[in-house]
Design a protein around this ligand. Structure first.
Ligand SMILES: Nc1ncnc2c1ncn2[C@@H]1O[C@H](COP(=O)(O)OP(=O)(O)OP(=O)(O)O)[C@@H](O)[C@H]1O
Ligand SMILES: [Mg+2]
Length: 324
């Protein structure tokens, strides 16, 4: 079976007065139906811009300049606004990283969920209201009925994130992109939210792209992982293979400093050394200057492309880490 969502060599750029910020610079990844893909990578590596590109919600002046985003066999990059409106929410939904500012500030929480249901399902107003109350309650929101009448600015960060999660799962989309969905939540609530995601997947066969800095969350939740660095995917593999045998020096470095891989809350640590240049980046490996394995070939060659090195394991590196 072909993947449900396949991103191929995607480029999303921000033209600025100083030059071109290549926020997404050749991302390739695929999401299988009924599976969870973890996406990790340091801050600024292009995870959110990749997610926003999929829904064609990249903020101005950013735009997709090339690449394909195939959903269900069709290229969304070529789709117009009308078609995208049908896809957003119902087919593919996004839990925004910045939940508080993604909610409409002038509409109450209740109305935001209700309107979604009224627009996309045959529910009556009353049914939509009931459904919304139950959904919010199932997100661990105490006093869900009161929550219906609140405005986004009245919510704490964690509360906004739960409302965002409710909106993301409300229509049982075929693909859910969750961008740091639990970063503002305490451990108990985080566990509850992750449970909700698993239930969604089991009940609706929703495929989930889970973007997070939390390596423990990925280990618990995802079958496959994509590691981003400098605007593209530098390694992707089955979770077990990637955690036990990371091959890209960046991935390898991430796991080196961790005491335990199976515990939640193991967040990516900032690496030492300067982050890659995103403004007019040179055509070379973005990890070059931080890499302990860099060779003459690495210094003199163009940016390495993601290539399959073992079944199911892809890598963009001229001199990978040998583990044996
Ligand atoms: N509105 C914008 N204008 C110009 N550049 C932007 C804009 N938004 C993001 N960028 C740039 O795009 C690059 C990728 O940003 P993105 O938000 O996708 O990173 P991220 O991987 O999601 O990081 P984080 O882990 O911090 O959420 C960054 O270098 C950032 O500076
Ligand atoms: Mg982000």
């Amino acid at each position: 079976m072909p993947p449900l969502l396949e991103i191929d060599n995607l480029h999303t750029y921000f033209p600025t007065r100083e030059g071109i910020i290549k926020a997404v610079n050749g991302v390739s990844l695929s999401l299988e139906a009924d599976s969870i893909l973890g996406v990790m990578g340091e801050s600024g590596s292009g995870k959110t811009m990749t997610a926003l590109s999929v829904l064609k919600l990249v903020p101005f002046p950013g735009q997709i300049v090339s690449g394909r985003i195939e959903f269900d066999g069709r290229d969304m990059v070529k789709m117009g606004d009308d078609e995208m409106r049908h896809i957003r929410g119902r087919q593919i939904s996004l839990i925004f990283q910045d939940a508080a500012s993604a909610l409409n500030p002038v509409i109450t929480v209740g109305k935001q969920v209700e309107e979604l249901m009224l627009e996309h399902t045959g529910m009556s107003k009353r049914q939509a209201q009931e459904f919304t109350t139950e959904l919010l309650a199932s997100m661990g929101i105490p006093d869900a009925r009161q929550m219906l009448n609140r405005y986004p600015f009245q919510l704490s960060g964690g509360m906004a994130q739960r409302v965002m999660m409710a909106i993301g799962v409300a229509l049982q989309p075929r693909v859910l992109i969750a961008d740091e969905p639990t970063s503002n939540l305490d451990v108990t609530l985080q566990a509850e939210m992750l449970h909700r995601l698993r239930v969604l997947r089991e009940e609706s066969q929703t495929a989930i792209m889970l973007i997070t800095h939390d390596l423990g969350v990925i280990a618990q939740m995802a079958e496959r992982v994509a590691v981003m660095y400098g605007g593209y995917v530098v390694e992707s593999a089955d979770t077990r293979a990637l955690y036990s045998k990371p091959m890209h020096p960046y991935t390898w470095g991430l796991f080196q400093s961790l005491p335990r891989l199976d515990a939640a809350g193991q967040r990516l640590r900032p690496l030492t050394g300067a982050p890659p240049q995103m403004l007019d980046p040179p055509d070379q490996c973005p990890f070059l200057h931080r890499c302990s394995k860099a060779t003459v070939e690495c210094r003199t060659s163009p940016r390495p492309h993601l290539q399959t090195v073992e079944p199911g394991h892809a890598l963009a590196c001229y001199n990978p880490v040998e583990m044996d």
